[in-house]
Design a protein around this ligand. Structure first.
Ligand code: ADP
Ligand code: MG
Length: 323
């Protein structure tokens, strides 16, 4: 199978999105954004051996490749519309490609995202999605708007992905049902797309937690020139993490909650006056929202443990270039 046959067979599909004037097959795609909308554009790369293992289930990888990008748009409050896929592949393995695109398109279809282009080349496996979304003009939720006195929230539960990774690496033991449930969280993260759009005009700042709460919240604090206090006791967590927090594996549990990446939940700030609105948003979207702390005028992040004491050593965020 040559490159063009491969593209036609696995990536080119018809779309009923009339805003796609020219899709896959020409030198560039052409789209018509809705009047009054701005475009939110983001790119994320997944590299074999770095973000996923060579034997990863390709269907899950297809899901995750798009999910991490949808999560970025969710954090901006944007509605995802179009995606481009750059792929380096070691070979034209048809079974692998069929499974990968099944996972990718299943998620794309759920959120009405059309694949409008990409690039395909031979090389060590590396997948890179560019995502384009729409926003009513001036309505993007940035990292820069948090104000002293705002509440700090996270969606869902934190630490799931890192806990299951620890189990897969033999650093802890999970029962089979928990392992299966958390494995889905790691391999098939659910981007909080509907939540993100509902947070427009409500959240003062937001981002998605991909590298760990402490590091990611730190980005909001830095860009907003504020600080925060968060309470470990209030960080939403699965029972398997809750048990560990009070036991011999406390260090692991703290790392998962504070520094665990890959959960793709949203962390955001909102004025106290928005509490009722946020309860309604949680109800409507079915995504639990938990208040974990407060934005402060004093800069820096204070993490308070279950006894009310400020933690001296706080596990940090994942950083690809940390020495
Ligand atoms: P060019 O040589 O102009 O870069 P290509 O031959 O790379 O064009 O691609 C042909 C068409 O197929 C283009 O429309 C491109 O966007 C699309 N395409 C290539 N690879 C992919 C892919 N992995 N996913 C989606 N579309 C792709
Ligand atoms: Mg090309």
């Amino acid at each position: 199978m040559n490159e063009f046959a491969l593209i036609e067979r696995f990536f080119q599909r018809s779309t009923h999105d009339s805003a796609v004037r020219i899709g896959i097959g020409d030198d560039a795609a052409v789209v018509a954004p809705a009047p009054g909308c701005e475009l939110a554009i983001s790119v994320d790369m997944l590299v074999e051996g770095r973000h996923f293992l060579p034997d990863v289930d390709p269907e899950s990888l297809g899901h995750k490749t798009l999910a991490v990008n949808l999560s970025d748009l969710a954090a901006m409050g944007a509605k995802p519309r179009w995606a481009l896929l750059g792929g380096a592949l070691p070979d034209a393995d048809e079974r692998w490609l069929a499974a990968f695109t099944r996972g990718l398109f299943a998620l794309a279809d759920r959120f009405d995202v059309a694949l409008i282009g990409g690039d395909t080349t031979r090389g060590p496996r590396n997948l890179c999605v560019t995502i384009i979304g729409e926003l009513p003009a001036g309505c993007a939720i940035t990292r820069a708007g948090a104000r002293p006195g705002d509440d700090v929230y996270v969606s869902g539960t934190l630490g799931d992905a890192m806990l299951v990774l620890a189990a897969l690496q033999g650093r802890t033991v999970l029962d089979e049902a928990t392992l299966a449930a958390l494995r889905a969280r790691l391999e098939r993260p659910e981007p909080r797309v509907a939540l993100g759009q509902r947070l427009r005009g409500v959240a003062t700042a937001a981002l998605d937690v991909s590298d760990g709460l402490v590091g990611d919240l730190g980005h909001i604090l830095e860009r907003s020139r504020v600080g925060a206090q968060i309470d470990v006791a209030s960080i939403p967590r699965v029972p398997a993490l809750d048990e560990r927090l009070g036991g011999r594996e406390r260090e692991l549990a703290l790392s998962c909650l504070l520094a665990g990446g890959d959960d793709y939940e949203l962390c955001f700030a909102a004025a106290a006056a928005a509490r009722d609105a946020l309860r309604a948003i949680a109800r409507d979207t079915g995504v639990p929202l938990t208040r974990i702390g407060t934005i402060t005028a004093q800069t820096g992040l204070r993490v308070v443990d279950e006894n009310g004491n400020a933690m001296a050593a706080v596990p940090g965020a994942f950083d690809h270039f940390r020495q």
